[in-house]
Ligand binder design. Structure first.
Ligand code: HEC
Length: 112
């Protein structure tokens, strides 16, 4: 039997870690994926956030218009404007359902 190359052991470990659910916390995901546009405080007062026209997530009236399901869809599929230009990228390929559901709570937390 041939010895197992160390690189494939590492790959197996990574695959195991991912499937075992070493998922990032919502705060980590917010920091990693959302802060650039929406800001640490959710107010979207970042350069890109202002340019893209991201809304203030601390605005209760604005959030009241969104259901949890709306937010899930926005995070999964991203947002395009009327001209079909991408305003917010889609995260459905990078975040799993549990991570997205946790981010909904993170978003809700800004408007409390
Ligand atoms: C490239 C910048 C960008 C990134 C990164 C980004 N967003 Fe957005 N997001 C936007 C913009 C711009 C809008 C407003 C789009 C529109 O015109 O409806 C938006 C809208 C939203 C809305 C709806 C707000 C409302 O009042 O309609 C939610 C919720 C949201 N983003 C959550 C997130 C989460 C969670 C992440 C991270 C996983 C994220 N966004 C990452 C730019 C971004």
């Amino acid at each position: 039997m041939k010895p197992i190359p160390p690189s494939s052991l590492l790959l197996a470990f990574v695959a195991l870690a991912v499937t075992a659910g070493f998922a990032a916390t919502p705060a980590e995901n917010w920091e990693k994926h959302c802060v650039g546009c929406h800001g640490a405080d959710g107010k979207a007062q970042t350069r890109i956030g202002r340019k893209a026209g991201a809304k203030d997530l601390t605005d209760k009236a604005n959030q009241a218009k969104l259901t949890d399901d709306d937010i899930i869809k926005i995070v999964k599929n991203g947002r395009k404007n009327a001209k079909g230009e991408e305003k917010m990228e889609a995260f459905g390929d990078r975040l799993n359902d549990a991570e997205i559901a946790a981010l909904v709570q993170q978003v809700r937390g800004f408007a409390k």
